[in-house]
Write a protein that binds this ligand. Sequence first.
Ligand SMILES: [Cu+2]
Ligand SMILES: [Zn+2]
Length: 181
Amino acid sequence: MSQQFHRPAIVAATLALALLGGCAGMGGSRPGAVAELAATGAISPNPTTGAVSFTALDHGVRVAGEVRGLAPGSEHGFHIHEKGSCASNGDASGGHFNPAGAVHGKFAAPGSHAGELPSLVADAAGVARFSVDVHSISLNDAAANNVVGRAIVVHRDPDDYTTQPSGNSGPRIACAVIARN
Ligand SMILES: [Cu+2]
Ligand SMILES: [Zn+2]
């Protein structure tokens, strides 16, 4: 083989190393965000706490974490809300994040809010653990569906996936603003 055939392979290998180097420069991980859920005053006593991580995927965001202090076996509506404030017992977070003008429904159902998440279900110890890939949201500042700076909210009651505009899941018992890590 002549030199002509070898050169493109070398160029490709160099490019691959450059891309790897770029990732290492960002700490070796994909862009991410976190939310530290804190109890609101909507119910009393309220021992709800939690931590959620957001990791960028090629298409969407992996949302993972756990919520503690729930009643054993209880189910709770869980959503990303539009506004980045947890004031007034979480009510300042506004409605469900809805950049596409959709209606309330079940997580990943066509035509439902971008901010729907699978409902939380507490185990016997009152802990709900989750990891879900959410294709309707982004961590990219330039994207209309970016969730950084918005709020994530745990409700007292189950989500019926039907009542508009928020599933009739009752008061907001824990809330956090999503922040880059
Ligand atoms: Cu909600
Ligand atoms: Zn909704």
